[in-house]
Design a protein around this ligand. Structure first.
Ligand code: CP
Length: 309
């Protein structure tokens, strides 16, 4: 079992069959992760480098755990404290790491397109762990996998992505992944945070968050990315929370129980209130748990291994 691609750069390049294969492989790895010994020897001949040019908590730890659960050798690189501060280029940095016999690179970078650029210059398989405002493919895979786990299937489900769609790589990868799997997708939030012409990606647009919640079965609430907003796109965080934040009162006013997701990190009290984030409607921590199995599946399938041992 392999994928139709050599690298996992974006969901855009994947076939629906690739996504199903990743999910089936993740099902096997979830069983492994629930055993007393949560480890398989599958990648004991493989070395993976995690190179992070941008901050991360979940993705970085999740990839490292996934690699270790597969028995791979792992090296971690952070731009801070490295020779990047002395002016070393991306290609030189990665080629120096590869010269130490690394087989696979997991990379996060603030520049959109950086993993595609690298894929044109090196031989090792690359997994995109988030590039600028472009794609975050493993996040979208774990999100869709978590919907499948909670609701039985993704096909035909109504999913709304709420918040800062403009600056969210999670939003774009989710749109590609969910539409490839046959879900109905809507984006909701303030007009200033929703890109013009986004309907061309096959999604609906709604500026009233309550109406969006009434429409959907699943709401994936996204972080307000102030670090990527170079000019004000709404008045204040208080106003944002008032008009676009998801809170208990709003959820109680609709007549069904929808599934609440968030990729993290959460701005509590801004896009999502704690009484929703920590409620039984929320699958935020199961999303994180599923991330390890999904990343094990991606690494395993890209390595070209045949059987889950
Ligand atoms: N969801 C996500 O990418 O979180 P981190 O930035 O902590 O990795």
């Amino acid at each position: 079992m392999t994928l139709s691609v050599k690298h996992l750069l974006g969901i855009k390049e994947l076939q629906p069959e690739d996504i199903e294969r990743i999910f089936q492989t993740a099902d096997n790895f979830k069983q492994v992760l629930n055993r007393p010994i949560k480890k398989v020897p599958s990648l004991r001949d493989t070395t993976v480098a995690n190179i992070f040019f941008e901050n991360s908590t979940r993705t970085r730890i999740s990839f490292e755990l996934a690699e270790k659960r597969l028995s791979a050798d792992v090296v971690n690189f952070s731009a801070s404290g490295s020779s990047v501060s002395k002016g070393e280029t991306l290609i030189d940095t990665v080629n120096n790491i590869l010269a130490m016999k690394v087989d696979m690179v997991v990379m996060r970078h603030s520049a959109s397109g950086a993993p595609w650029f690298l894929a044109n210059h090196i031989d090792a398989s690359i997994i995109n762990a988030g590039d600028g405002i472009n794609e975050h493919p493993t996040q979208a895979l774990l999100d869709a996998y978590s919907i499948r786990e909670r609701l039985g299937d993704v096909k035909g489900k109504r999913v709304v992505l709420i918040g800062d769609i403009m600056h969210s790589r999670v939003a774009l990868s989710n749109i590609f992944c969910l539409t490839k799997l046959g879900a109905e997708v809507m984006v909701a939030g303030p007009p200033t945070l929703i890109p013009k012409h986004i309907e061309s990606l096959g999604v609906k647009v709604e500026y009233d968050v309550k109406k969006a919640l009434q429409w959907c079965e699943v709401a994936n609430v996204l972080r307000i990315q102030l670090e990527r907003q170079h000019k004000p796109l709404f008045s204040t965080l208080r106003e944002y929370a008032l008009y676009y934040g998801v809170n208990r009162q709003m959820l109680d006013s609709i007549e069904k129980e929808i599934v609440i997701m968030h990729p993290g990190p959460i701005n509590r009290g801004v896009e999502l209130n704690s009484d929703v984030a920590d409620s039984k409607q929320s699958i935020i921590l199961p999303q994180v748990e599923n991330g390890v199995a999904i990343r094990m599946a991606v690494i395993y399938l890209l390595s070209g291994k045949r059987e889950v041992e």
